[in-house]
Design a protein around this ligand. Structure first.
Ligand code: HEM
Length: 518
């Protein structure tokens, strides 16, 4: 009784609030592009309609399409903190950096990763770094951190570049045939290939890596970041049974990862790659390495966190670029300036600041991880809210990045908001695509380097056109994705030399071919 009454009350409260506060409208950006005399018109890329709470609830229950974004009422984009008003379990959304920083930086382990997400991911990644908590997580983090140091990133760079070179060959073939292709799928293949090359020193062409990808795609389609129906109806810490096909897909992925690990370990000279680093990682206190099962857990995370998020980010980058020719022109000018005619090297990445700002702005508007969910282990108070034990705390890069309190013209795409000249406009803590605090993404520098490299190389060589731009809409599944596939056509730029780079070497020293993979 209490639950249904409370749901009704909150729905009504939301409804009242929505009536008093009309939906946000995009405003015109007054930011002139730094190297242009006339400002291009402000561009507001696609976003979901913020529906009334009742309509979104009914839609969620009836359609069950896992589209978390359509659940968010307009107010979720404005308030510092509030109830997400439908669930049996208390669910709070926290948008104010002053209120969520203590949660994400909490040294007492009072806000671990929430159980719904842990239950969803555990069949795939066990009790790995992404889902574990407390001392167990600290041990794993200490062991994994050095793998992503700047030096290690430099060592992984040639393998990343080899993946991009192989993909350029595919784009050349598509440009010649004139065939349309799915941007989402292309970016998933490219980033999975880069993960295979940097983690295992093998390309995506092997049977095992292709099978991991396919089983992973099934997992991704079936599993949500947070099971909203469970959140609405279940009490805190109710176990989430996974569907048999999800369990089977996870088991299959783990078996294949085990095979890839075994093949990797059989090599006489261990390759200079991420897998070798993780195999050799030792706990500074006990001197112990990861067990075989723990290694599979960590490699599962690298595959999951390492390609799905980057694929989401790059899908939005390239979609936006099809709509923004003047941004593409500025990116090309920067490449000419910084790199000239040669190959994009690790040493150039830091200086490609405008390209990096395009990436940053894209993941502000389309953060791959839409929600960073935590659970309150104890009853407490946050701001003026009494928080119950077991409450779900949603810290949402999606709503924070689009909140007008922290971002001027929040829905407008404006990469120059990250320029040095405008640094003072940024609100501390209000940008968190990679999370914040001790659990910040270990792969943030890896992902930024990878994206900058891919953007620079592909934009220099190709022109992309979107065939269905007007129907593109974001949804939040495991990551933020277009609801339906974005179809592109590609043309090779006639004034750019197609293959001026010397043959590339992978982390193992193998020379890559430029022949399109099938
Ligand atoms: C654009 C790409 C990426 C984005 C937006 C992203 C975002 C995030 C976010 C938001 C978190 C924190 C989650 C939380 O606090 O609940 C996280 C954690 C993590 N990410 Fe990433 N990530 C990206 C790429 C990568 C890559 C390339 C790797 C590895 C190759 C990676 C590995 C991890 C791991 C292992 C964690 C768990 C860290 C911990 O809990 O200690 N991520 N990521």
């Amino acid at each position: 009784m209490y639950q249904s009454n409370s749901v009704a009350c909150r729905c009504f409260a939301w409804h009242k609030w929505t009536l008093q506060h009309p939906p946000m409208t995009a405003q015109t950006s007054n930011n002139p592009a730094s190297d242009q005399t006339v400002s291009p018109p402000a561009y507001t890329p696609p976003r979901p309609q913020a529906l009334s709470p009742i309509v979104s609830l009914v839609r969620l229950i009836m359609q069950g399409d896992g589209d978390l974004l359509s659940l968010l009422p307009a107010d979720a984009y404005r308030m510092p903190m509030g109830h997400l008003g439908y669930s049996r379990r208390q669910t709070l959304i926290v948008n104010d950096p002053q209120l969520y920083k203590p949660i994400l930086l909490d040294p007492t382990d009072s806000y671990p990763k929430n159980d719904l997400m842990v239950d969803a991911l555990a069949p795939l990644v066990g009790n790995s770094i992404f889902v574990s908590s407390g001392d167990e997580w600290r041990r794993q983090r200490r062991m994994v951190d050095p793998t992503f140091s700047h030096m290690r990133l430099g060592a992984a760079f040639p393998a990343m570049a080899a993946g991009v070179a192989a993909y350029e060959a595919e784009l050349d073939a598509l440009a010649t045939s004139g065939e349309a292709f799915s941007l989402d799928l292309a970016m998933s293949h490219l980033t999975a290939d880069i993960i295979c090359r940097t983690v295992f020193s093998t390309s995506f062409d092997t049977r095992a890596s292709r099978e991991v990808f396919d089983a992973f795609a099934l997992f991704e389609r079936s599993v949500a970041q947070v099971e909203w129906k469970r959140l609405i109806f279940d009490a805190a810490w109710t176990p989430v049974p996974q569907k048999p096909q999800v369990q089977a897909a996870c088991q299959h992925i783990r078996t294949l990862l085990g095979e890839m690990l075994d093949t990797h370990q059989q090599q006489a000279i261990p390759p200079n790659d991420i897998c070798t680093e993780i195999v050799n990682a030792r706990d500074a206190e006990t001197g112990k390495t990861f067990s075989h099962d723990e290694l599979i857990d960590q490699l599962g995370v690298m595959f999951l966190a390492g390609h799905e998020t980057s694929a989401s980010a790059l899908t939005w980058v390239f979609f936006i670029l099809t709509q923004q020719p003047q941004i593409v022109a500025r990116m090309r000018a920067e490449i000419d300036n910084v790199v000239g005619d040669g190959e994009v090297g690790f040493e150039h990445i830091r200086s490609l600041t405008f390209i990096r700002n395009v990436f940053r702005e894209t993941i502000r508007l389309y953060p791959p991880i839409t929600f960073i969910p935590r659970v309150a282990l104890h009853a407490t108070k946050i701001g003026r809210f009494n928080v119950k034990r077991g409450a779900m705390i949603m810290i949402s890069p999606w709503t924070i990045h689009r909140n007008e309190r922290y971002w001027k013209n929040a829905n407008v795409f404006d990469p120059d908001r990250f320029s040095v000249e405008r640094e003072s406009e940024l609100v501390a803590g209000a940008y968190l695509p990679f999370g914040l605090g001790p659990r910040v993404c270990v792969g943030a520098a890896f992902a930024t380097t990878e994206a900058t490299l891919i953007m620079a190389r592909l934009i220099r060589r190709f022109d992309f056109t979107a065939l269905n731009a007007e129907t593109v809409r974001p949804v939040a599944r495991l990551t933020t994705r277009p609801k339906t596939q974005v179809m592109l056509k590609v043309k090779a730029r006639s004034n750019v030399v197609a293959d001026r780079n010397p043959p590339l070497r992978t982390a193992t020293g193998e020379t890559t071919s430029r022949v399109a993979r099938n």
